[in-house]
Design a protein around this ligand. Sequence first.
Ligand code: NOJ
Ligand code: CA
Length: 679
Amino acid sequence: MLNPKIMVGCLLLAASFTSVSFAKNVKVTSPNKALVVEISDEGDVLSYQVSLNGQRILKPSKLGLLFREKAGFAQPLSIAKTQSGQLDTTWEQPWGERKFVRDHHNYLMISLKTGDNQDFDVSMHFKVFDDGFGFRYEGQGSASEEVAVIDDLTEFVFESPEQTQSLWIPSRAWNRYEFLYENTSMDKIDRVHTPATFKLPTGEHISIHEAALVNFAAMTLDQQRTGTLKSDLTPRFDGLKVLTKGDFKSSWRTVQVSKDAVGLLNSDLILNLNEPNKLGDVSWVEPGKYIGIWWGMHLDVNTWGSGPKHGATTERTKEYLDFAAKYGFDGVLVEGWNLGWDGSWFDNGDVFSFTQSYDDFDLSAVSTHAKSKGVRLVGHHETSGSISNYEAQMEEAYALYQKHGVRQVKTGYVADGGNIKRIDEKGIARKEWHDSQLVINHYLHSIQRAAEYQISINTHEPIKDTGLRRTYPNWISREGARGQEFNAWGSPPNDPAHTVELVYTRMLSGPMDFTPGIFNLAFEGLDAENRVQTTLAKQLALYVVLYSPIQMAADLIEHYEQNLPAFQFIQDVPTDWQQSRALAGELGQYVVFARQQRDSQDWFLGAITDDKKRRVEVSLDFLPPGAVFEAQIYQDGKDANWRDNPYDLDIIKRQVKHSDSLTLNLASSGGVAIRFKAL
Ligand code: NOJ
Ligand code: CA
C-alpha cells in the first residue's frame, strides 16, 4: 500500500479540457516545459516533431497504421478534436529499482477526421514527461469484426545521422536479441531491435523503445532513407502484423530523452506507461539471490541429459541446497531435471515433459531437503521453442512445482529467430518469430497462468521487456540479450564493452537475468577463447549495475569457496532497492550506479568500464548527511587488467560520510563494488 504521507504529497492535477478546433498544429510539452512534441496534420498527413530546450531532436516524422480491411492513415486525415491535461501521482512498486515512482506528465488525446469529414476510427494518445514521451494508436471496432494491421507508418527522423552515435543490435535475425552491440554512426543502421540508443551531435541522448506490448507485434526500426527509422512490426506466420477484433491499442512507442547519458538511466518512462498491478496481493513474489546447477552444463563439465555427467542429480542438488543455506542464498536452480534432454535438446521441443523427472532426480526428496534448509528450489522449463507442447502441460507443471514449494520458474525458448513452433487450431504447425503477436501472447499467457499458482517467471529467450512487470509483478526477470553464458562457449565471448552497452540499451527496458559472479574467469586458461573478458572486481560490480530483483551467483560453488573474501560482497548485496541513481557515465563507455537497499540505511555502489581503464571521481552526497558509513570497497588492484591480470582485487575498508568523495580507479574492463554499511 502507498504510504499515506506520500499520498498527501502527490497532487493529482486533472486539469483537462476539451476543445473543438481546426488546428493544424497542436503541442504538448513536458511538465518542466523543456520537451515539446508538436503534432501536425499539414498536407492532410499526420506527423510529429520534437525539441528539447529549444533544440530540435526529431524532424517531422510520419504517424499511422495501415489495415487490410479498411483505409488507414494513407488517406487524407486531419485533426478533429483534442483533449489535454496533466497528471501527477506517485505509485509504489512491490519490488524494483525504487520503491516509489512519480508519474508526472501532460497528455493529449487527438481524434481525427477523414477527407470527407467523417470520424476516423483510430485516435492518438500522447503523454509527455520530463524524461521522454510516448504515443499510441487506439482503434475502435466491432467485437465481431476482424481488424488486421498490415503496416505501421510511424517514423523517427533524425537531423544528422552521420554525426549521431548509435548503439544497436540487428532485429529479425537468427540469434534473437543475443548479439554483441554495434556502436556506429546512425547511418550504418539497417533494421534494429529496441531499445536503440542515440547520442546527437548536439549532445542530447535519445532511446527509442515501446511500452506495454500486449496483443500486438513488436516494433523494430528499419532505416529507410538515411536518417529515417520506420517502425517495422514483426510479422505473424501469415504475413499480417496484427490480427485482432474490436477495440485495440498499440503498445506505446516511447522516446526517452535526456541532455546527458545518465539521464536515460534514471528514467521511469517505460514503467509509467504501463498499467498498475493487476494481480493484487503479490507478497508471494520473492526477490532474492540464487545459485544453480547450470554453469557446469555450459562448461561441458555436466550435461542436461542423462548419463555419467548428468548435472541434475538428487545428490548434487542437496549439496547445492546446503551451500545455499550456509551462505544465505534464497534458491537453487536445477536445469536438466525433467525428461526430454537426451540427444540434441535444441530439437526436442515436442518431447519435453514438464512433470516427469529423470530417475536420478527425486523432486520430493530435494524439495523436502530444501524446506528443511529454508531454501527454495528454483524451477526450470526449457521449451526449445515449442510453445504448444508447453501450453498443453502448463497447468500441471505449475501445480507440481507449487506443491513442492517452488516460487520461481526459469523458462527457456531456445530456437533460432523465426523458428518458434506453434500448432494452430487446425493442427497445422506454424513457424513464428519470438516477437510476433501470437508468441507475445504466449509469453503473457505463461505469466498469467503461473500467477494462479503463485509462481514468478524468469523468461529466457523472451519477448523484450516493455515494462509489463508493473502490471504483472510475477514477471520477475528475463534474459533478452547476450548473457554470461556466451563466455562459457566463447562463440565469441562478450567483449569488454558489452555490459556497459547493455546498461544504455537493453537495461532501459527492465531487469535482466544476466547471471553475473563468475570467479573462475578463465576455466580453460587466460588465452582460451571461452573466458570472461572482465576483471573479478567488475563481476562483483555487475550486481549493482545490472538491475534484477533476482540475481544468480552463476559460478560452480567450489569456485566461491576458493575465494571467500570476494564472495562476501555477493552475500551482502541485496536485490531489492529503496532508490537507485545513475551518478556518472558516458554512452557505451562506463557507468556508476548508487542504490539504497530497500528498508535499510545501507547503500551500494557499482561502477564498470569498457576496455579503457579510467579514473572517476564520485561525490558521496547521495549518503544522508549526519550519518557515518563503513565503505567496504572491492576494487581492481593496481596492476589489474582483464587480459592477463583479472584476479588482482583489493578489498579495503574506510569510514566515509555525505561530504566525502571517492576516486574510483577502474582497470581495463574493470570495476568497483562498494557496500556502505551504516554505523
Ligand atoms: C538458454 C538459457 O539462456 C540458459 O540459461 C539455459 O541454460 C539454456 N537455455 C537451457 O535451458
Ligand atoms: Ca539464452
